[in-house]
Ligand binder design. Structure first.
Ligand code: TRP
Ligand code: ZN
Ligand code: CA
Length: 435
């Protein structure tokens, strides 16, 4: 055994011991490590990628469209940068409209494989132009963020994955293909997908997707820090690749600076630019070149992507099996009104699990009198237990499993108990939710 191997073994033993101590320590005392701060993404680097994509289009008939040589050349350019930076890349082929399309997937080694955080952008243009705002901007900013992850040698808690989609302009074809070929067990491992499509429009707005609340908040917090107001993205919800992920239940978010819609005077007042003019007058046109970019918008959005990757990717991951308990006794009046006991869930992303465990400890002298429901934050009730005139045993001390996958995880959940027959009584002693 050489020295470096034995050192690694000793270090591994220390880590294992630390893990053991952390696992047995009471969870309340384990102060969670805060998420790390993101680096500034150099706008010059992002623009250098745009110049390369412009050159690729110019050398290939003026576009980077699906099935045209400029598309594959774009894939090769992005892939070479990622390979050199230590990513594990793969190119996925599909067929659309009789032509071969390509997705590029880049994994950053490490992080929790059961909690994947992915950022992506479509790399194809329409045939009428080079597609520098649509979507060289998203492609270049995601690429430069990935390269910043490599420069920082980031050790995220989540597993980071980056994607560049083909044939978005033909109807989200590449991203749909990617999601469809994922086994359902892999889909459940996504903690989020972040989409960037048109983030440097020349007459920009600052739009944040309002799909997943935790992801939306991450972007809004960044813009609040800059003192720049944002609006919710409404110019064709579902018109980009995040829809492919959202359709299979993956939490999504993203940024957008506007396409053919017109900037209002109120928007021009808060963001500058020209009222009564499209956010991008060159949308899907031959003039979508490197001249069709607002550098400030592209700079801010590139930094916002890094902020989201660093914040969501390095936040302490909540280990499966963690419980939140309410131990305050709540009396259940005899043959009376329903009572509730709350449990607050915060800081999670996405929905509750398909197998949400509801641990119940109800003391009662005749449990057949008792009806129990789990009430989700939006008021949806899940029946745990009905009354029964012949169940004369006492107490309900058990764990129920509820498919709560259509409910956002965060919010105030309640155990609701009602005693529906006279004489025997009891109380909620404690209950807990295990995610
Ligand atoms: N995806 C569209 C395109 O490539 C552009 C677009 C329109 C868009 N509306 C959107 C992108 C809303 C993101 C969000 O042509
Ligand atoms: Zn487009
Ligand atoms: Ca009773």
């Amino acid at each position: 055994m050489n020295l470096s191997t034995s050192r690694r073994t000793a270090a591994a033993a220390v880590l294992a011991l630390a893990g053991l101590l952390a696992a047995t320590a009471p969870s309340a005392s384990a102060a969670p490590r805060a998420a790390l701060a993101a680096p500034d993404i150099p706008i010059a680097n992002v623009k250098a990628h745009l110049n390369q994509l412009q050159s690729i289009a110019t050398a290939n008939g003026g576009n980077r469209a699906h099935g045209r040589p400029g598309y594959k050349a774009s894939i090769d350019y992005v892939k070479a940068k990622l390979d050199a930076a230590g990513f594990t890349t793969s190119v996925q082929q599909f067929t659309s409209s009789g032509a071969t399309g390509y997705n590029l997937i880049a994994d950053w080694p490490g992080g929790d494989a059961n909690q994947v955080l992915m950022a992506g952008a479509h790399l194809d243009s329409v045939t009428s132009g080079a597609g520098i705002n649509d979507n060289g901007t998203g492609s270049a900013a995601v690429l430069e963020t990935a390269l910043a992850v490599s420069r920082a040698q980031l050790k995220p808690t989540k597993h980071l994955r980056f994607g560049w989609w083909g044939a978005e302009e033909l109807g989200l074809v590449g991203s749909k293909y990617y999601v469809n070929q994922l086994p359902s067990t892999e889909r459940t491992k996504f903690s989020g997908y972040l989409n960037f499509d048109m983030i440097g429009s020349p007459n920009p707005g600052y739009f944040v997707y309002d799909d997943d609340p935790a992801i939306e908040k991450t972007f809004k917090d960044f813009y609040t820090g800059l003192g720049v107001p944002t609006e919710i993205e409404t110019e064709g919800d579902g018109r980009s690749d995040h829809a492919s992920f959202k359709n299979v239940g993956i939490p999504v978010g993203g940024l957008f600076t506007g396409a053919s819609r017109t900037k209002s005077s109120a928007q021009a007042q808060k963001w500058g630019g020209t009222a009564g003019q499209a956010f991008d007058r060159c949308y899907h046109s031959s003039c979508d070149t490197t001249a069709n970019i607002n550098d400030t918008a592209l700079d801010r959005n590139s930094d916002a992507i890094a902020h989201a990757i660093w914040t969501l990717g390095t936040e302490p991951t909540t280990p499966p099996g963690e419980s939140t308990e309410n131990t305050t006794d709540v009396a259940i009046p005899d043959n009376g009104a329903a009572v509730t006991s709350p449990v607050t869930i915060a800081g999670r992303t996405g929905n509750a699990p398909t197998a949400l465990k509801v641990g119940v400890d109800v003391k009662h002298t005749w449990r057949g009198d008792v009806v129990l429901d789990l009430v989700a934050p939006d008021g949806t009730a899940y029946r745990l237990k009905d009354s029964s005139s012949n169940d004369s045993a006492d107490n309900v001390i058990t764990t129920y499993t509820v498919n709560a996958s259509s409910e956002p995880a965060n919010g105030i959940w309640k155990l609701r108990a009602q005693d529906v027959a006279a004489q025997d009584t009891g109380y909620i002693d404690s209950w807990k939710l295990t995610f």
